[in-house]
Design a protein around this ligand. Structure first.
Ligand SMILES: C[S@@+](CC[C@H](N)C(=O)[O-])C[C@H]1O[C@@H](n2cnc3c(N)ncnc32)[C@H](O)[C@@H]1O
Length: 243
């Protein structure tokens, strides 16, 4: 039932997925250099994720959490959604120092993408276990990551609302959050705790992505009608920008 609801809310996303299932993913995408594409486009995001260890081609059957699977059309296929909602911030980044928070960083492929995309931003990674990122940091750097911008990383538990609020307050201080991504443990409880911990810091113009849960939209949107909500399959987006 939740999947049917999801299909009706994001028909274009599922049409694209169906097209790719029938005709295959456009493999030409992976044969070109990312410089061929405009920064922040869906293709650029997918190729940048691949560059930093993301999954490129189909065929991985393991259910183990490997990260690096958000942009590629072979996996979650959120690239088009990110490209659409990040567009206004890419031009703003030239003149403003934005703040971006990613919750759930694993090996850091996301942080590497965000640092290339927003070289002037304050890029913050939150995770209950930042050691995976620290262990992988060298190989990201060898692939060219963090030459334009360097992220900061903090311990953050999405299942402990008091601590999550404290860390947000201590780390963010007077900073306002322009862009936030929740790619952590994906339970509704963790999603709500994280949203409530970061929400007081929203900038006047913000976008907030929650990955990998079909129910986020139904759960959070009715509680926060002050924002504009969109869902595309398993990803939900809140913003105060008009479309
Ligand atoms: C799907 S992975 C993140 C992948 C990453 N965003 C990327 O771009 O590849 C999920 C991450 O959530 C973290 N996590 C799991 N439970 C958590 C919790 N309670 N609080 C914060 N982070 C958590 C894990 O340590 C893991 O690094």
């Amino acid at each position: 039932m939740r999947r049917v609801r999801s299909w009706t809310r994001s028909p274009q996303f599922y049409l694209q997925k169906a097209r790719e299932a029938v005709f295959g993913v456009d493999t030409i995408l992976f044969q070109k250099k990312r410089e061929t594409y405009s920064i922040g486009s869906f293709e650029w995001l997918a190729l940048t994720e691949t560059l930093y260890g993301g999954l490129q081609l189909g065929g991985v059957t393991s259910k183990t959490d490997r990260g690096g699977d958000r942009m590629s059309p072979y996996y979650h296929g959120y690239g088009r959604c990110y490209a659409e909602f990040l567009k206004p911030f890419i031009s703003a980044n030239r003149t403003e120092r934005l703040t971006l928070v990613e919750v759930g960083i694993l090996n850091g492929s996301g942080l590497a993408i965000w640092c290339d995309l927003f070289p002037n931003a304050r890029v913050i990674g939150f995770d209950v276990d930042p050691s995976n990122f620290q262990a992988n940091r060298k190989s990201l750097e060898q692939a060219g990551a963090f030459q334009k911008n360097v992220p900061e990383v903090h311990s953050f538990d999405q299942l402990d609302s008091r601590k999550a609020n404290d860390v947000s307050r201590d780390v963010l201080g007077e900073n306002r959050v322009d862009i936030a991504i929740d790619d952590g443990c994906h339970s509704l409880e963790s999603i709500e705790i994280t949203f409530e911990a970061i929400r007081p810091f929203f900038a006047p113009r913000f976008v907030y992505f929650v990955e990998d849960n079909f129910d986020t939209y139904d759960y959070l949107a009715p509680r926060h009608r002050e924002y504009r909500w969109t869902t595309r399959g398993e990803i939900t987006v809140a913003t105060n920008l008009r479309s």
